[in-house]
Ligand binder design. Structure first.
Ligand SMILES: [Zn+2]
Length: 239
């Protein structure tokens, strides 16, 4: 995360509070939250995709969160979709996040408005303050440009999600995060792309669901993580 690289967050918080501190990223916690309390209860293999300003994924495989060698697993937002595409925060071009994340949606809407595309958002002032939430609200009111932007974003997220489905063969993809709160306007094109582009053996079993906990998946994942470690500590197990 820009500005935080190398900063000992966990150690500082632990010293401040005098209590054990665990640290996971928002997508990993979202997977834990939906697995413990949400759409993926009882499943062993699921992927949580968080679509907010950026895009990330959390893997729960064999009933355990999979973090990778350095905790960086699940960065679906940095799959390259167009090598000549827009610049991403990671320094590469054409990443999924740079084309379909919340910040990218806002940027594309502003470009379209400046190019004269008719939309109810044309009078938004100042135009630079336009957000993905504004686009979602306009789409629900029937604004064609906003609906089209969300459909395009959903299609790109679905193409990338189909790759994940082929790689890890999950029982469920849970789609959450702020932008995902628009519901089927984003979820339907994701479902469609996953169904079309993942191999039959995986596509036949995977369910694509909205996060049952809405915006709270990550916070509830933190609760699940704290519960897990508290129980292990009380039982005298290593945490
Ligand atoms: Zn990137």
């Amino acid at each position: 995360m820009p500005g935080w690289h190398g900063f000992p967050i966990r150690e500082r918080m632990q010293a401040l509070w005098g209590k054990p501190v665990r640290l996971l990223n928002d997508a990993d916690l979202g997977a834990l939250g939906e697995h413990a309390f949400g759409a993926a209860r009882g499943l062993q293999d699921m992927v949580y995709i968080k679509v907010g300003t950026g895009i990330g994924a959390g893997f729960l495989l064999g009933g355990h969160v999979y973090l990778g060698a350095t905790g960086a697993a699940g960065e679906i937002g940095h799959i390259t979709l167009d090598p000549e595409g827009p610049l991403c925060t990671c320094g590469n071009r054409g990443c999924l996040e740079a084309m379909a994340g919340g910040a990218a949606l806002a940027r594309r809407a502003i470009q379209a408005i400046r190019a004269g595309t008719p939309t109810v958002l044309a009078h938004h002032a100042p135009l630079e303050s336009l957000t993905a939430r504004d686009i979602g609200e306009a789409a629900h009111r029937g604004d064609h440009m906003s609906q089209q932007l969300l459909a395009d974003a959903g299609r790109l997220i679905g193409i990338s999600a189909a790759t994940l489905v082929n790689l890890v063969n999950p029982q469920m993809l849970v789609v959450g995060g702020g932008v995902a709160q628009v519901g089927d306007l984003l979820l339907s094109p994701i479902r469609d792309a996953v169904r079309r582009r993942s191999l039959r053996a995986s596509a036949e079993v995977v369910q694509v669901q909205a996060a049952l906990l809405g915006r709270r998946s990550t916070a509830m994942g933190a609760v699940a993580l704290a519960q897990h470690h508290a129980v292990r500590m009380l039982a005298g197990c290593p945490t």
